[in-house]
Design a protein around this ligand. Structure first.
Ligand SMILES: [Zn+2]
Length: 255
């Protein structure tokens, strides 16, 4: 780390759980953030501020006036421009050292997705699209990359970490079966979402990603954290791997 970095990251260096070693890990890490909306905004901003070495940001959408109520990486001036470009500007304004690569696509092409997940140390799911969540989960488990999953709708949010390196870790499909016919495509576009809820959930996702990358603390692997912002009640429930899960159920049990 140079003198500028020692100052910029000084408050991380003061944390025993991160320190120089953990910060060096962050600086050498690569994160894939899928979605640059309500959840992706705080995730992208905190990862950039915290000095994650390379951040790959994927989103096919452009900034719309209705996004600005909660998608804090974007501004009035960026309405009509690609979300990834707008978020990249905000990240670089915060930390000019951030290396941000933008993918202005819906990340559903299997080859591209596999390539990006292979290169990433952590994947943060900030989409509101069930089909892409399912695909991300499959690719992350196949390639052994930890996935930080978050969702927010109305006043309710949830976060969990699915880590293939942890033998007992469930995957997203263990909790939310891919074939579930009761899964409705609910999105902020039609359901409404409380402005700071995406900040609460996204910031929690950023915290989990930074812990995975730096090695600090214990992640939410094996737990699903739920928040009800209307009552401001938080609840963590233990979640287990489903041995019959079509995605992760075939893994050999640890000997
Ligand atoms: Zn599973």
């Amino acid at each position: 780390m140079n003198d500028g970095q020692l100052l910029r990251y000084a408050r991380h260096l003061l944390l025993d759980e991160i320190g120089i070693e953990g910060q060096e890990r962050l600086l050498a890490a690569r994160a894939l953030v899928v979605g640059a909306g309500g959840l992706g905004s705080p995730v992208a901003l905190y990862l950039a501020a915290a000095g994650v070495g390379e951040i790959v940001l994927a989103d096919h959408d452009t900034v719309d006036l209705t996004n600005l109520q909660r998608q804090i990486a974007h501004t009035q001036a960026s309405v009509g421009t690609p979300k990834v470009t707008s978020a990249q500007s905000a990240m670089l304004a915060l930390n000019p050292e951030a290396r941000v690569r933008t993918l202005p696509v819906r990340l559903q092409d299997d080859a591209l997705l596999r390539e990006e997940v292979t290169a990433a140390d952590v994947v943060i799911d900030c989409t509101d699209n069930f089909a892409i969540r399912v695909l991300l989960n499959r690719v992350c488990f196949a390639l052994g990359t930890p996935l930080v999953s978050g969702a927010a709708i109305r006043f309710e949010g949830q976060v969990s970490v699915f880590d293939p390196a942890e033998p007992a870790s469930p995957c997203y499909a263990c909790l939310f079966p891919e074939s579930a016919d009761d899964v409705q495509e609910v999105s902020c576009a039609t359901m409404g979402v409380f402005s700071p809820l995406v900040g609460i959930v996204g910031s929690t996702q950023a915290a989990e990603a930074l812990k995975l990358l730096s090695g600090a603390g214990q992640t939410l692997t094996g737990r699903l954290l739920r928040v009800d912002a209307l009552r401001m009640e938080w609840r963590a429930v233990n979640v287990m791997r489903d041995p019959a899960c079509p995605v992760c159920g075939h893994r050999a049990m640890p000997g």
